[in-house]
Design a protein around this ligand. Structure first.
Ligand code: 5RP
Length: 221
């Protein structure tokens, strides 16, 4: 199977975690796009809180009602992809730039179901550049702070301009980190002035990970 087929497989497998008629949280990215397609094909009578403008557009196009988080109570489940996932369910996320809203929506859900293909599984987080959403004026100072941890931070660019998130902010991508204690790392760096969100999800780790492999979908609890 190609990586795209693996994403389709795991997107379909996630349907079993969606209770009938539920209000669920939906993440962002190419794997989640497959989940949205599966939801649409299943004609599931669900409503969704979305973590990005991109997912909102796809959900609406699929005929799924999108509810603002402000009007939602607890979500039955939050389903999202990851750039990396470690054996404890800690994730590195934000490759699609939606990390802040992803953390917010995930915080309101009973369970976080991570959907990914096997290439995302790592022993230690940090091979994928760590996305950090920041207040733009803090970029240079935060780059120095990450350098002190051994990381090389670069402003994410798009079309020759700094990439702008759905929140109107910028992203630093930090290479060269080896995040051996994700919880301590998230707690520490989240406090740095100018950091809005770090892409380490350790406080809100996955309750369960569905991992698409050539042998089928494995469930890691
Ligand atoms: C977006 C994310 C995505 O979940 C992550 O980048 C994985 O994306 P994909 O499914 O396209 O590999 O965190 O901000």
């Amino acid at each position: 199977m190609t990586q795209d087929e693996l994403k389709t497989l795991v997107g379909q497998a996630a349907l079993q975690y969606v209770p009938a008629g539920a209000l669920i949280g939906v993440g962002t990215g190419s794997t989640v796009n497959k989940f949205i397609a599966a939801l649409s094909a299943a004609h599931a009578a669900i409503r969704a809180v979305s973590s990005s403008e991109a997912s909102t557009a796809l959900l609406r196009a699929a005929g799924i009602a999108v509810v603002p988080l402000e009007q939602a109570g607890e979500l039955a489940v939050y389903i999202d992809g990851a750039d990396e996932i470690d054996p404890h369910g800690h994730m590195l996320k934000g490759g699609g730039g939606a990390l802040t809203r992803e953390k917010i929506v995930a915080a309101q859900a009973r369970r976080f179901i991570c959907i990914a293909d096997a290439s995302k599984q790592v022993d230690t987080l940090g091979r994928f550049p760590l996305p950090v959403e920041i207040i733009p004026m803090a970029a240079a100072r935060l780059a120095r702070q990450f350098a002190a941890l051994g990381g090389q931070a670069a402003l994410r660019m798009s079309g020759g301009q700094p990439y702008v998130t759905d929140n109107g902010l910028h992203i630093l991508d930090v290479r060269g980190l080896r995040i051996t204690d994700p919880l301590a790392f998230e707690n520490e760096t989240s406090q740095w002035p100018g950091v809005v969100t770090v892409g380490v999800f350790a406080r809100q780790k996955a309750s369960c990970c569905l991992l698409a492999t050539q042998q089928g979908v494995r469930t890691l609890q």
